[in-house]
Ligand binder design. Structure first.
Ligand SMILES: NC(=O)c1ccc[n+]([C@@H]2O[C@H](COP(=O)([O-])OP(=O)(O)OC[C@H]3O[C@@H](n4cnc5c(N)ncnc54)[C@H](OP(=O)(O)O)[C@@H]3O)[C@@H](O)[C@H]2O)c1
Length: 246
């Protein structure tokens, strides 16, 4: 299922966690993957080595999605070489938790810049390339924090809620051009992203989940791959929860 042969996919935050699982899934199913990452060169190198058999179809680029000019420059080079793109997965994300009253402006701004403005900028430049061929799939990774509101995550919740608003709007703007725009909303997923949780916190959060376990990056990737496939042709403007029932 989900054959991506001949498809070009851009994945942000491609080198670790959920983005890594998405990149592996796309590569295994035949896509060419253009993976953006932030600063962890070793993680990028590890993924490149792991995917050696798919090397001709994997391009990894260090590019801060919050840097508008850097993203624009990268897209210009991409368009000159590849003309169109089929799939964009807006997955890059960070947390900088602090109670709202104590949060400094930098933590507020950086989380908004990476998680929300990054999604805007990456999507803004992908859409014209998708319009050229009247086909595209945009999937952004939001979070139940957007509506549950976990303590200390005001910046993160605001950014993730913003992604949903952007998704619903963009979905309507491009619907007639056979471009679908959706979010997935993972619950607690076992990646570096929640690596700072203490054992006690992990136990508490696991109890909150009806399935009584955290999800895996591969489980989220499977849902993203479905939304990225041709089969998901009549699904747009939605948020797919992958939370174990949270
Ligand atoms: N894990 C969870 O429980 C969970 C739950 C709900 C939603 N999410 C969302 O899922 C997405 C992926 O999370 P994850 O758990 O896979 O996180 P992760 O393991 O920490 O991986 C994050 C990835 O994003 C990249 N990245 C960070 N900042 C970037 C930037 N400014 N520009 C480009 N790339 C950047 C990182 O690159 P470097 O390594 O180079 O920094 C890394 O490849 C995030 O949007 C997160 O909010 C996660």
């Amino acid at each position: 299922m989900n054959d991506f042969h001949g498809r070009k996919a851009i994945v942000t935050g491609a080198t670790r966690g959920i983005g890594r699982a998405v990149s592996l899934g796309l590569l295994e199913r035949g896509a060419a993957v253009f993976g953006l990452y932030g600063s962890d060169e070793q993680a990028a190198q590890r993924l490149a080595e792991e995917c050696r058999e798919h090397a001709p179809r994997l391009t990894l680029v260090r590019c801060d999605v919050a840097d508008y000019q850097a993203v624009q420059n990268w897209y210009e080079g991409f368009e000159a070489e590849y003309d169109t793109v089929d799939i964009l997965v807006n997955n890059a994300g960070i947390r900088r938790d602090q109670l709202t009253a104590l949060m400094d402006r930098e933590s507020w701004q950086r989380v908004l810049d990476v998680n929300l403005t990054g999604t805007f900028t990456m999507s803004k430049f992908a859409v014209p390339l998708m319009l050229k061929q009247k086909y595209g799939r945009i999937i952004s990774v939001t979070s139940p924090a957007s509506y549950l509101g976990f303590l200390g995550q005001g910046n993160y919740a605001a950014a993730k809620a913003g992604q949903i608003g952007l998704t619903r709007t963009l979905a309507k703007e491009v619907a007639r051009k056979k471009i679908t725009v959706n979010c997935v909303s993972p619950g607690f997923i076992d990646t570096d992203f929640i690596g700072d949780l203490t054992e006690e916190q992990r136990t508490t959060y696991r109890k909150l989940v009806p399935m009584k376990r955290f999800g895996t990056a591969a489980e989220v990737a499977d849902a993203i791959l479905f939304l990225a496939s041709e089969k998901a042709s009549y699904i747009t403007g939605t948020v797919l929860e992958i939370t174990g029932g949270l």
